[in-house]
Design a protein around this ligand. Structure first.
Ligand code: S3P
Length: 181
């Protein structure tokens, strides 16, 4: 039996490599709700990978699709855990929708942690435009002040993901975000 019923969708925001998908999956399991990855939904809707969307149609088209897909997920689905791509919360419309309908959690990670994690895969178009360290540094400078608008902040440290999940649960479990079943 789940300990409580989630009242609102939990939206994970943060930079590439912050662990939104891997932590999100575990968090969803612990909350007994579905896990949804916005990037995967965008790829399914487009019928191709994010890399291909950037290549064929450009970043603006990707951002339009991202905004639409997240709007659909936030308005049309019962409470779930939603991992968003690193740029999603930067969009004012998406940010406002998240604030109105969900509880947002910024998974904050430092540069070295992000770098180590993103190096494992080569599927992020923004990091192919130059030196990943410099790009991530720039994104930290521009995005972290906006991510700070999220309802909650949890540090995504290098240890086991379950520690981060535990930290999230202690923040949301006793709060107004949940209703006791
Ligand atoms: C992006 C992050 C990616 C993906 C796209 C753009 C960004 O998602 O949405 O490549 O602007 O930071 P992850 O944060 O899940 O890697």
């Amino acid at each position: 039996m789940p300990p409580f019923r989630l009242a609102r969708t939990v939206v994970l925001v943060g930079l590439m490599g912050a662990g939104k998908s891997s932590i999100g999956k575990r968090l969803a399991q612990r909350l007994h709700v579905p896990f949804v990855d916005a990037d995967t939904e965008i790829e399914q809707a487009a019928g191709c990978t994010i890399d291909e969307i950037f290549e064929r149609h450009g970043e603006t088209a990707f951002r339009d699709g991202e905004r639409r897909v997240i709007a659909r997920l936030l308005t049309g689905s019962p409470p779930h855990v939603l991992a968003t791509g690193g740029g999603a919360f930067m969009d004012p419309e998406t940010r406002a929708r998240i604030k109105a309908t969900a509880v947002s959690i910024w998974l904050r990670a430092d540069l070295d942690v992000l770098l180590r994690r993103v190096k494992k895969r080569n599927n992020r178009p923004l990091l192919k435009k130059g030196d990943p360290r410099e790009i991530l540094e720039r994104l930290i400078a521009t995005r972290y002040p906006v991510y700070a608008e999220a309802d909650l902040v949890v540090d995504s440290l290098d240890g086991p993901h379950d520690q981060v999940v535990d930290a999230i649960l202690t923040l949301i479990a006793p709060g107004e975000e949940t209703e006791h079943a």
